[in-house]
Design a protein around this ligand. Structure first.
Ligand SMILES: Cc1cc2nc3c(=O)[nH]c(=O)nc-3n(C[C@H](O)[C@H](O)[C@H](O)COP(=O)(O)OP(=O)(O)OC[C@H]3O[C@@H](n4cnc5c(N)ncnc54)[C@H](O)[C@@H]3O)c2cc1C
Length: 388
């Protein structure tokens, strides 16, 4: 395969087609309701489990597909073309949680939790962000102190995707607060445990239907066997998880760009003003041409970063670069699509306004655009030479 040859193999093509049909036949029926009513289509989540698509990167012995990040991205890209919100919840479940457990948990933990999460019986959430610690996530204040064969967890997490509906959380807490970011441990926490409470689902600008919420931990007993990885070495799990999250969620931005650009082009070929199709106007052509270049560039960056991540989980720079670019462009493309559709673009019926609201989230979640630039700049400075 050539260095920039991202041709999908036969298996990948089949998965792409399967997810496209699922999205167009099933998800499309509820996408608008999800946005209007903040409705979570749980039955479709379970259906994805039945199709074997919830744990694409999880080992087959634990109920996953044993595939790679490319397959994960194909699934998110295709879902996002119809409902970016559904794709976000699936991304949080499949990548932030299942892939993380598959990479970092011990065999007993994997056997206990992964089959239920892969089948769709359970939903997972990744609990890193706190009310006072977003970009500075490693400054977290949630603590876990050892007492006998348990840890006692105290603290609060916020903006957590799937928190209102999840059964399992990967919760990061400080086991040695005196050591700062070197005292973080990852825990697998069953969210029906005594002492766990959930806030109301948060009312969002976009990504509606993807449930977002707070979690409060008040003297929650977590058995020692639910420590994931090594005590006090959770920082590595946080950081490698964030790279995987960025590289895979970037595929949601890509899906948004593709669909918004497609809607805009089709509309421009139909709509007439001044006796001409608006696609004949050069100012519309300018936007369409930019959409093409930016979507294509996003695609190359996204699949390149995933290939790098597959080789090396510390591929921070490619992951940050791909989502930085793909997310900012998808917001721009969705807004340009609104502009091409004119007054109709501003109406709910024409979908692109929802895509514009949804797209913005990818510039914030999984580390903001600003933090992504800091990661890239830090890496460049460390390298001391400009090499791509
Ligand atoms: C819908 C949604 C879903 C989410 N899902 C999850 C989830 O599943 N799990 C989870 O743990 N978290 C989740 N998050 C949280 C998300 O990761 C954080 O919102 C994000 O990291 C930013 O943190 P913050 O909101 O506290 O903003 P802040 O960190 O307070 O940032 C505010 C502004 O300051 C800027 N800023 C901060 N530091 C710097 C700096 N050093 N240099 C320059 N600018 C800076 C930021 O870029 C931003 O523009 C989700 C958020 C949303 C909105």
């Amino acid at each position: 395969m050539g260095i920039m040859d991202f041709t999908f193999n036969e298996d990948q093509k089949i998965i792409k087609q399967t997810v496209r049909e699922f999205a167009e036949n099933e998800l499309a029926k509820v996408a608008e309701r999800m946005d209007r009513e903040d409705y979570w289509p749980h039955d479709l989540f379970v259906q994805l489990g039945e199709l074997g698509l919830l744990g694409p990167t999880v080992d087959e012995e634990y109920g996953g597909a044993g595939a790679d990040y490319i397959v994960q991205a194909i699934i998110l890209e295709e879902l996002a073309r119809v409902s970016p919100a559904f794709a976000l919840s699936i991304g949080a479940h499949s990548n932030l949680v299942l892939d993380n457990i598959n990479r970092n948990a011990n065999p007993e933990q994997k056997a206990k939790y992964l089959p239920k999460l892969c089948s769709g019986e359970w939903i997972g959430s990744l609990c890193l962000t706190e009310p006072g610690h977003g970009s500075d996530a490693l400054g977290m204040e949630t603590t876990a102190r050892r007492e006998g064969d348990c840890y006692i967890l105290n603290g609060a997490k916020t903006f957590i995707t799937n928190a209102p509906i999840a059964q399992l959380g990967i919760v990061y807490a400080k086991t040695r607060p005196d050591l700062g970011s070197k005292g973080i441990t990852a825990f697998l926490v069953e969210l029906d445990s005594e002492g766990v409470t959930r806030g109301q689902p948060m009312d969002k600008m976009g990504m509606r239907g993807s449930k977002t919420g707070e979690l409060f931990f008040d003297d929650v007993k977590v058995p020692v066997e639910n420590v994931m990885g090594i005590e006090n070495e959770g920082r590595k799990i946080v950081m490698s998880g964030l790279s995987a999250e960025r590289a895979t969620l970037a595929a949601i931005s890509l899906g948004i760009s593709e669909r918004a650009a497609d809607i805009a082009l089709r509309y421009a070929l139909e709509r007439e003003q001044f006796g001409k199709k608006i696609a004949q106007f050069q100012m519309i052509q300018d936007k369409l041409a930019q959409m093409y270049v930016e979507t294509q560039a996003s695609k190359l960056l996204v699949y390149w970063a995933l290939t790098e991540l597959q080789k090396n989980h510390a591929a921070n720079m490619p992951a940050a670069a791909s989502i930085l670019y793909a997310a900012e462009k998808s917001t721009k493309i969705a807004l340009d699509a609104v502009q091409i559709l004119g007054g109709y673009g501003y109406m709910k019926e024409y979908v692109v306004e929802r895509f514009a609201r949804d797209a913005k989230l990818l510039e914030i979640g999984a580390g903001t655009s600003e933090i992504r630039k800091l990661i890239i700049a830090r890496e460049l400075i460390k390298q001391g030479k400009f090499e791509i």
